[in-house]
Design a protein around this ligand. Structure first.
Ligand code: NAD
Length: 483
């Protein structure tokens, strides 16, 4: 499959002719060949977005809503194609692809509804005869950088909300999922968005830094949003600081899941299996640390391990029923094996699964993890999860907060008052009481604390991210001045 850049709604090769390849980690075959955007292309893209902003920023909310609703339909119409492409390109199960597309269509409809909710305020003023108001206006061009792991939903949120607010978008897809991201961009072209309103680029991994900097530095780019690792997020934040551009960062996670003594253990295990192993644990909200009261730990671990061993595994291309497919790259195998070796060497026990030889890794549960182990607070981003045993609710909270990250979390307890109290003291952007850590609804604000980033997608909070607030007064021209 070949993927091109799309500038002014025209698919095209990179100006240098350069391409790069996405390689399947199991077969070592090329899944996709992508046009590699260079710095000259980046300047052309920015110029196109700048030109389109002049007219798009004046388009009324009803038309913006119509186009976003049409994009939702166009996206849903590609459901089967997404399932095929995502299985081939990134090893996604049918379940994960369907969730991505369905949730993205919902998000587009929510973004469509927001177009008429972008409001200013009337302000109190001490000046007689004066009207003092705020206006909320489009900011300019938004540079949206999305990763491969939840390619449709994370890409959609990065495009739909800026568009709803009247901005133009440069969508930079991931080098690991170029075809999937191109399909997503295509839904906007099918819907009828005018040329330059959504431009689509992908770059070779080695050019990502240079291309991104050219775009961030450009006058037309007023906002940047990045979803990806904490390391790259920090680099993006530094570049944004250099050019005084505002950014929204959705970064890594190490979601804790507290199981208290009085928890519904069967319900907790259901949420545990789903939250830890959906898309082989390669989700920022994947449960990576179960913090379990020692009074119920043996029972919880036994029930959880039994369910893990029964999970369907294998390539979703050849086995559509597979839940746990291959990881994104062979590099993940070495990284995770090394963490497992470290944990075993320091006293942890593997209860299910174990070290992997290839990207198709068995779902793995590591019990008796302690803070001395690397796996305690490093994101595994694979089908591996851990159990830390604790005594009582206060120690559980301490261990759940003992992480550099702060994205999603869960608490299982029948004592809802206690759970609510713990929720208020958890350092996480999302807390789910008696629910899984992997959850997303477009009407609820989503984002992290600490090394998981800052800013919020979704909900009405997103309007703040992608608009500019302006103070405007209308005053009597003959008012007195002190001199
Ligand atoms: P990554 O940070 O390696 O890559 C993300 C994107 O950054 C890619 O498109 C890549 O081209 C680009 N990039 C790489 N180097 C760059 C540079 N120097 N300058 C500019 N851009 C550069 O992340 P990934 O491996 O694709 O995704 C996995 C990570 O994303 C995990 O840490 C996961 O937790 C996180 N994530 C967070 C959320 C969230 O909502 N918080 C959602 C999904 C994934």
């Amino acid at each position: 499959m070949n993927v091109q850049l799309v500038i002014d709604n025209v698919a095209q090769a990179a100006s240098t002719g350069k391409t790069y390849q996405r390689i399947d980690p199991i077969s070592a075959k090329v899944t996709t060949t992508g046009a590699a955007c260079g710095v000259d292309d980046a300047r052309r893209v920015a110029a196109s977005s700048q030109q389109a902003f002049k007219t798009w920023s004046k388009v009324g909310p009803t038309e913006r809503r119509r186009l976003l609703l049409a994009a939702a339909d166009a996206l849903e119409g590609k459901m089967e194609l997404f399932c095929t492409v995502m299985a081939e390109e990134i090893g996604a199960s049918r379940l994960w692809s369907q969730f991505n597309v369905g949730a993205s269509a919902n998000l587009l409809r929510e973004a469509a509804a927001l177009t008429t909710q972008i409001k200013g305020e009337t302000l109190a003023t001490d000046k007689p005869g004066t009207l003092s108001v705020t206006l909320r206006q489009p900011a300019g061009t938004v540079l949206s950088i999305a990763p491969w792991n939840g390619p449709v939903i994370l890409g959609t949120r990065s495009i739909a909300y800026p568009l709803a607010c009247g901005n133009t978008v440069i969508f930079k897809g991931s080098e690991n999922s170029p075809r999937t991201h191109e399909l997503l961009a295509q839904a906007f072209y099918d819907a009828g968005f005018p040329p330059g309103v959504v431009n689509f680029i992908i770059s070779a991994p080695e050019d990502a830094g240079a291309v991104t900097e050219v775009l961030i530095a450009h006058d037309t780019v007023r906002r940047v949003n990045f979803t990806g690792s904490t390391n790259v997020g920090r680099m993006i934040a530094q570049t944004c600081a250099k050019h005084l551009k505002r950014c929204l960062l959705e970064l890594g996670g190490k979601a804790p899941f507290i199981v208290l003594e009085d928890a519904d253990l069967d319900g907790a295990v259901n949420a545990a299996v789903f939250g830890a192993f959906l898309y082989q644990g390669q989700i920022c909200m994947s449960t990576e640390r179960f913090v379990v009261d020692e009074a119920v730990a043996d029972t919880f671990v036994a029930k959880f391990a039994e369910r893990i061993r029964g999970l369907e595994q294998g390539s979703p291309v050849t086995n559509p029923a597979s839940v746990v497919g291959p990881m994104i790259a062979q590099g993940s195998v070495q990284r995770i094996n090394q963490m497992l070796d470290d944990a075993i060497g320091k006293g942890a026990s593997i209860v299910a699964g174990g070290l992997a030889e290839q990207a198709q890794m068995a779902p793995t549960l590591v019990d008796r993890v302690t803070s001395a182990m690397q796996i305690y607070d490093e994101e595994t981003f694979g089908p591996v999860t851990t159990v830390v045993r604790v005594k009582g609710a206060e120690q559980a909270l301490e261990v759940a907060n003992d992480t550099a990250f702060g994205l999603s979390s869960a608490i299982f307890s029948r004592n809802v008052s206690l759970a609510l109290d713990l929720a208020s003291r958890l350092d996480a952007g999302c807390v789910h009481i008696n629910g899984a850590t992997v959850q997303n609804e477009p009407q609820a604000p989503y984002g992290g604390m600490k090394n998981s980033g800052y800013g919020r997608f979704d909900g009405s909070a997103v309007i703040e991210e992608f608009t500019e607030v302006k103070w405007v007064t209308v005053e009597p021209s003959d008012q007195p001045y002190p001199f």
